[in-house]
Design a protein around this ligand. Structure first.
Ligand SMILES: O=C(O)c1ccccc1NCC(=O)[C@H](O)[C@H](O)COP(=O)(O)O
Length: 213
Protein backbone atom coordinates (compact mmCIF):
# COMPACT_ATOMS: atom_id res chain seq x y z
CA UNK A 1 0.00 0.00 0.00
CA UNK A 2 1.20 3.51 -0.83
CA UNK A 3 2.39 5.88 1.96
CA UNK A 4 -0.18 8.34 0.57
CA UNK A 5 -3.72 7.17 1.27
CA UNK A 6 -5.84 6.65 -1.86
CA UNK A 7 -9.62 6.76 -2.07
CA UNK A 8 -11.01 5.38 -5.31
CA UNK A 9 -14.50 6.83 -5.48
CA UNK A 10 -17.68 5.98 -7.34
CA UNK A 11 -17.15 2.22 -7.49
CA UNK A 12 -20.23 0.23 -8.44
CA UNK A 13 -19.13 -3.28 -9.41
CA UNK A 14 -17.40 -6.18 -7.62
CA UNK A 15 -14.74 -6.19 -10.38
CA UNK A 16 -13.68 -2.61 -9.80
CA UNK A 17 -13.83 -3.00 -6.01
CA UNK A 18 -11.48 -5.98 -6.38
CA UNK A 19 -9.18 -4.03 -8.68
CA UNK A 20 -8.97 -1.08 -6.27
CA UNK A 21 -8.16 -3.40 -3.36
CA UNK A 22 -5.48 -5.23 -5.37
CA UNK A 23 -4.02 -1.94 -6.56
CA UNK A 24 -3.54 -0.78 -2.97
CA UNK A 25 -6.34 1.72 -2.43
CA UNK A 26 -6.76 2.55 1.26
CA UNK A 27 -10.41 3.58 0.85
CA UNK A 28 -13.29 2.69 -1.45
CA UNK A 29 -15.99 5.29 -2.11
CA UNK A 30 -19.62 4.49 -2.97
CA UNK A 31 -22.01 7.19 -4.17
CA UNK A 32 -25.57 7.21 -2.84
CA UNK A 33 -27.08 10.09 -4.80
CA UNK A 34 -29.65 9.20 -7.49
CA UNK A 35 -28.63 12.05 -9.81
CA UNK A 36 -25.12 10.61 -10.11
CA UNK A 37 -24.16 8.15 -12.87
CA UNK A 38 -22.29 6.34 -10.08
CA UNK A 39 -25.30 5.95 -7.76
CA UNK A 40 -25.63 2.65 -5.97
CA UNK A 41 -28.69 1.80 -3.88
CA UNK A 42 -28.43 0.83 -0.23
CA UNK A 43 -28.40 -2.93 -0.79
CA UNK A 44 -25.77 -2.74 -3.50
CA UNK A 45 -23.59 -0.42 -1.44
CA UNK A 46 -23.73 -2.75 1.54
CA UNK A 47 -22.92 -5.77 -0.64
CA UNK A 48 -19.95 -4.05 -2.30
CA UNK A 49 -18.63 -2.69 1.00
CA UNK A 50 -19.02 -6.05 2.74
CA UNK A 51 -16.98 -7.75 0.04
CA UNK A 52 -13.93 -5.58 0.77
CA UNK A 53 -11.28 -6.70 3.24
CA UNK A 54 -11.46 -5.09 6.67
CA UNK A 55 -8.17 -3.18 6.32
CA UNK A 56 -9.68 -1.10 3.48
CA UNK A 57 -11.95 1.81 4.39
CA UNK A 58 -15.49 1.82 2.93
CA UNK A 59 -16.92 5.31 2.54
CA UNK A 60 -20.52 6.21 1.65
CA UNK A 61 -20.81 9.51 -0.23
CA UNK A 62 -24.03 11.43 0.45
CA UNK A 63 -25.44 14.81 -0.54
CA UNK A 64 -27.65 16.57 2.03
CA UNK A 65 -29.09 13.22 3.06
CA UNK A 66 -31.68 12.99 5.83
CA UNK A 67 -31.35 10.64 8.79
CA UNK A 68 -33.67 8.01 7.27
CA UNK A 69 -31.52 7.78 4.14
CA UNK A 70 -28.35 7.46 6.20
CA UNK A 71 -29.95 4.85 8.46
CA UNK A 72 -30.60 2.62 5.42
CA UNK A 73 -26.86 2.46 4.76
CA UNK A 74 -25.45 2.14 8.24
CA UNK A 75 -25.83 -0.30 11.10
CA UNK A 76 -24.47 -3.39 9.35
CA UNK A 77 -20.81 -2.61 9.91
CA UNK A 78 -20.21 -2.57 6.16
CA UNK A 79 -19.18 1.10 6.14
CA UNK A 80 -16.30 2.74 7.97
CA UNK A 81 -17.07 6.41 7.22
CA UNK A 82 -19.64 8.81 5.78
CA UNK A 83 -18.59 11.50 3.29
CA UNK A 84 -20.94 14.48 3.22
CA UNK A 85 -20.72 16.19 -0.15
CA UNK A 86 -23.52 18.73 0.02
CA UNK A 87 -24.17 21.94 1.93
CA UNK A 88 -24.15 20.29 5.37
CA UNK A 89 -23.43 22.82 8.14
CA UNK A 90 -20.96 22.10 10.97
CA UNK A 91 -23.94 21.48 13.28
CA UNK A 92 -25.47 18.96 10.86
CA UNK A 93 -22.12 17.21 10.41
CA UNK A 94 -21.71 16.95 14.19
CA UNK A 95 -25.26 15.60 14.58
CA UNK A 96 -24.70 12.91 11.92
CA UNK A 97 -21.41 11.91 13.48
CA UNK A 98 -23.01 11.55 16.89
CA UNK A 99 -26.15 9.74 15.75
CA UNK A 100 -24.48 7.24 13.42
CA UNK A 101 -21.24 6.75 15.38
CA UNK A 102 -19.08 6.74 12.24
CA UNK A 103 -16.22 9.05 11.27
CA UNK A 104 -17.49 11.84 9.03
CA UNK A 105 -15.60 13.31 6.09
CA UNK A 106 -16.76 16.75 4.95
CA UNK A 107 -16.18 17.71 1.34
CA UNK A 108 -15.22 21.36 0.96
CA UNK A 109 -15.86 22.99 -2.43
CA UNK A 110 -12.86 25.10 -3.27
CA UNK A 111 -12.48 27.98 -5.68
CA UNK A 112 -10.61 30.53 -3.58
CA UNK A 113 -8.36 30.56 -0.53
CA UNK A 114 -11.32 31.82 1.49
CA UNK A 115 -13.11 28.51 0.85
CA UNK A 116 -10.18 26.67 2.43
CA UNK A 117 -9.98 29.01 5.40
CA UNK A 118 -13.73 28.71 6.04
CA UNK A 119 -13.37 24.94 6.43
CA UNK A 120 -11.93 25.49 9.92
CA UNK A 121 -15.58 25.85 11.01
CA UNK A 122 -15.78 22.03 10.79
CA UNK A 123 -13.12 21.47 13.49
CA UNK A 124 -14.76 19.43 16.23
CA UNK A 125 -17.57 18.36 13.90
CA UNK A 126 -15.87 16.43 11.07
CA UNK A 127 -13.06 13.88 11.22
CA UNK A 128 -11.52 14.73 7.85
CA UNK A 129 -11.80 17.53 5.29
CA UNK A 130 -11.80 16.62 1.61
CA UNK A 131 -10.86 19.64 -0.50
CA UNK A 132 -12.58 19.24 -3.87
CA UNK A 133 -13.15 21.58 -6.82
CA UNK A 134 -16.24 23.78 -6.77
CA UNK A 135 -18.50 22.60 -9.59
CA UNK A 136 -20.76 24.78 -11.76
CA UNK A 137 -24.26 25.60 -10.51
CA UNK A 138 -26.79 22.97 -11.56
CA UNK A 139 -24.24 20.15 -11.96
CA UNK A 140 -23.16 17.38 -9.61
CA UNK A 141 -21.35 18.61 -6.49
CA UNK A 142 -18.52 16.14 -7.16
CA UNK A 143 -17.21 13.64 -9.65
CA UNK A 144 -16.95 16.19 -12.46
CA UNK A 145 -13.23 15.74 -13.16
CA UNK A 146 -12.56 19.39 -12.32
CA UNK A 147 -9.52 20.57 -10.43
CA UNK A 148 -8.95 23.74 -8.42
CA UNK A 149 -5.76 25.76 -8.13
CA UNK A 150 -3.64 23.44 -5.98
CA UNK A 151 -1.29 26.26 -5.00
CA UNK A 152 -4.15 27.56 -2.82
CA UNK A 153 -3.23 24.79 -0.38
CA UNK A 154 0.38 25.93 -0.13
CA UNK A 155 1.31 26.97 3.42
CA UNK A 156 -2.06 25.80 4.72
CA UNK A 157 -2.15 23.64 7.84
CA UNK A 158 -5.73 22.41 8.03
CA UNK A 159 -6.98 21.97 11.57
CA UNK A 160 -8.16 18.45 10.71
CA UNK A 161 -6.83 15.47 8.79
CA UNK A 162 -7.45 16.20 5.12
CA UNK A 163 -7.36 14.96 1.57
CA UNK A 164 -7.20 16.36 -1.95
CA UNK A 165 -9.80 15.68 -4.60
CA UNK A 166 -10.95 16.97 -7.97
CA UNK A 167 -9.61 16.27 -11.43
CA UNK A 168 -6.85 13.91 -10.33
CA UNK A 169 -5.47 11.27 -12.67
CA UNK A 170 -2.38 9.09 -13.03
CA UNK A 171 -0.84 11.88 -15.11
CA UNK A 172 -1.18 14.72 -12.61
CA UNK A 173 -1.42 13.15 -9.16
CA UNK A 174 2.30 13.40 -8.35
CA UNK A 175 2.35 17.10 -9.20
CA UNK A 176 -0.72 17.57 -7.01
CA UNK A 177 0.93 15.79 -4.08
CA UNK A 178 4.17 17.74 -4.56
CA UNK A 179 2.38 21.08 -4.58
CA UNK A 180 -0.02 20.43 -1.72
CA UNK A 181 1.61 17.79 0.49
CA UNK A 182 -1.72 15.93 0.50
CA UNK A 183 -1.66 12.86 2.76
CA UNK A 184 -4.73 11.42 0.99
CA UNK A 185 -5.86 11.67 -2.64
CA UNK A 186 -9.36 10.94 -3.92
CA UNK A 187 -10.18 10.12 -7.54
CA UNK A 188 -13.23 9.29 -9.60
CA UNK A 189 -13.33 10.58 -13.21
CA UNK A 190 -9.59 9.99 -13.61
CA UNK A 191 -10.11 6.23 -13.26
CA UNK A 192 -13.05 6.05 -15.67
CA UNK A 193 -13.59 5.46 -19.39
CA UNK A 194 -16.89 7.38 -19.20
CA UNK A 195 -18.98 8.81 -16.31
CA UNK A 196 -19.82 5.86 -14.06
CA UNK A 197 -17.73 3.36 -16.04
CA UNK A 198 -14.61 2.60 -14.03
CA UNK A 199 -11.52 1.24 -15.78
CA UNK A 200 -9.50 -1.50 -14.09
CA UNK A 201 -6.42 -0.37 -16.04
CA UNK A 202 -6.84 3.25 -14.92
CA UNK A 203 -7.38 2.20 -11.29
CA UNK A 204 -4.11 0.24 -11.46
CA UNK A 205 -2.28 3.10 -13.19
CA UNK A 206 -3.48 5.67 -10.66
CA UNK A 207 -2.43 3.66 -7.62
CA UNK A 208 0.91 2.80 -9.24
CA UNK A 209 1.53 6.48 -9.97
CA UNK A 210 0.81 7.46 -6.36
CA UNK A 211 3.11 4.82 -4.93
CA UNK A 212 5.90 5.97 -7.30
CA UNK A 213 5.58 9.69 -6.44
O1 LIG B 1 -18.92 11.18 -8.15
C1 LIG B 1 -20.09 11.57 -8.11
O2 LIG B 1 -20.90 11.28 -9.01
C2 LIG B 1 -20.55 12.43 -6.98
C3 LIG B 1 -21.86 12.88 -7.00
C4 LIG B 1 -22.33 13.66 -5.96
C5 LIG B 1 -21.48 14.01 -4.93
C6 LIG B 1 -20.19 13.57 -4.92
C7 LIG B 1 -19.69 12.80 -5.93
N1 LIG B 1 -18.36 12.38 -5.93
C8 LIG B 1 -17.54 12.61 -4.79
C9 LIG B 1 -16.13 12.22 -4.83
O3 LIG B 1 -15.55 11.93 -3.77
C10 LIG B 1 -15.31 12.32 -6.07
O4 LIG B 1 -14.32 11.34 -6.01
C11 LIG B 1 -14.65 13.70 -6.10
O5 LIG B 1 -15.62 14.69 -6.28
C12 LIG B 1 -13.61 13.81 -7.24
O6 LIG B 1 -14.18 13.55 -8.46
P1 LIG B 1 -13.32 13.67 -9.80
O7 LIG B 1 -12.97 15.10 -9.97
O8 LIG B 1 -14.22 13.16 -10.86
O9 LIG B 1 -12.10 12.81 -9.61
Amino acid sequence: MSRIAIKTCGLSTPETVGAAVRAGASHLGFIHFPKSPRHVDADRMKALASAAPSHVGRVAVLVDADDDQIAQLTGTGALTALQLHGGESPARVAAIRQRFALPVWKAISVKTRADIDAASAYAGAADLLLFDAKTPEGTLPGGMGLRFDWTLLRDVSPSLPWGLSGGLSADNVCEAIRLTGAPLVDVSSGIEDAPGIKSVDKIMAFCKAVSAC
